[in-house]
Design a protein around this ligand. Structure first.
Ligand SMILES: [Zn+2]
Length: 65
């Protein structure tokens, strides 16, 4: 599991044990393993999603490198 440095989306490999190659959200290949936590958005209507302006999905709290 990695995080996108461009948009902070959490990117998972399609197969177990395989590293992801690119971001599902913005298509960037600039991914990092170094992030500090995950925000999970289930609904676009959630207050956090609106406040942070995020789509449903998993997002890194902070990129550390
Ligand atoms: Zn991205």
């Amino acid at each position: 599991m990695k995080a996108c440095r461009v948009c902070k989306a959490i990117v998972r490999g399609k197969k177990e044990g395989k590293e992801p190659l690119k971001c599902w959200n913005c298509g960037s290949t600039d991914l990092t393993k170094h992030f500090s936590g995950i925000i999970i958005i289930l609904s676009e209507d959630s207050l956090i999603a609106k406040k942070l302006d995020l789509k449903p999905g998993e997002w890194a709290v902070e990129i550390n490198d």
